[in-house]
Design a protein around this ligand. Structure first.
Ligand code: FPP
Length: 254
């Protein structure tokens, strides 16, 4: 009951025994969830089994982020480049949001989590989009953790669309060149109204951004692990946060 109340207030339910400090908690954590396929291959399983296990990791880390008092969790679930994968895999990945929300939405609601999505909606199958949109509507008034799914997301496309919308406003004299600044750009990105990620986690040993939040990650702390996403645990998440808490962020200053 107290935990629920605490969650309603958007507070952390961190215990004194937790290794993570309540102070200097990252407000926004973004994750590139990588290594599902390799995790499955190592076990002689089909790639889809890796994605299915990855879905369970999404639940685990969402709950842990909520418990720790992280305010925004952005998860890279499908990129604009992932359409290049075999059709069977794309079809499977497109079914995961619906499957996840069918199982977890009630618990997300009970925990005051607000679901959001950032990505290019136009190419998503209608069953994927409607499942996500239903969750968005049902959780719109929740005030706890914001769980932001990056679905059919690509940073270059996002920036191009922002630039085109600014150019159109200049062309129609709603904006002058002098009006254009970082805030004008940020307001037209899919993260408008959200703080930039404080911490980016990428699993599976790959050291790339892969077209993910390239504007928003300008001053984020980056943390990489060799652990494949399906086995990424609460403990690994805490390790990333503890490392973040040890770093000094200078934003180009001294
Ligand atoms: C990258 O691993 C992972 C993806 C492209 C998909 C990520 C999706 C999930 C973790 C599940 C999403 C769940 C919900 C609820 C939306 P990879 O397949 O590239 O792995 P590999 O590099 O080892 O082949």
């Amino acid at each position: 009951m107290i935990k629920r109340l605490w969650a309603r207030l958007g507070k952390s339910s961190l215990q004194p025994t937790d290794p993570v400090a309540l102070e200097n908690m990252p407000e926004h954590v973004a994750i590139i969830m990588d290594g599902n396929g390799r995790w499955a291959k190592d076990r002689g399983l089909p790639r889809m089994a890796g994605h299915h296990s990855g879905m369970k990791a999404v639940k685990r880390i969402t709950m842990e982020a909520d418990r720790l008092g992280v305010k925004y969790l952005t998860l890279y679930a499908f990129s604009t480049e992932n359409w290049k994968r075999p059709k069977a895999e794309v079809d499977f990945l497109m079914k995961l949001p619906q499957q996840f929300l069918e199982i977890e939405l009630d618990e997300l609601i009970a925990n005051n989590v607000q679901v959001r999505m950032m990505g290019h909606k136009e190419d998503l199958p209608s069953f994927t989009l409607s499942a996500v949109e239903e969750a968005i509507v049902k959780t719109a008034n929740n005030t706890g953790l914001v769980l932001n799914f990056a679905l059919n997301y690509g940073s270059r496309k996002e920036m191009l669309e922002a630039i085109k919308s600014i150019a159109a406003d200049v062309q129609q004299e709603r904006l002058t060149l002098d009006d254009i600044n970082e805030n004008v750009m940020a307001d037209r990105l899919l993260t408008s109204g959200m703080p930039d990620p404080d911490l980016l986690i990428r699993t599976s040993g790959e050291l790339r951004l892969s077209n993910f939040m390239m504007w928003q990650l300008a001053y984020s702390e980056l943390w990489f692990t060799d652990v494949y996403w399906p086995e990424f645990s609460e403990k690994h998440f805490q390790e990333a946060i503890m490392e973040y808490q040890r770093r000094a962020r200078r934003y180009g200053g001294l």
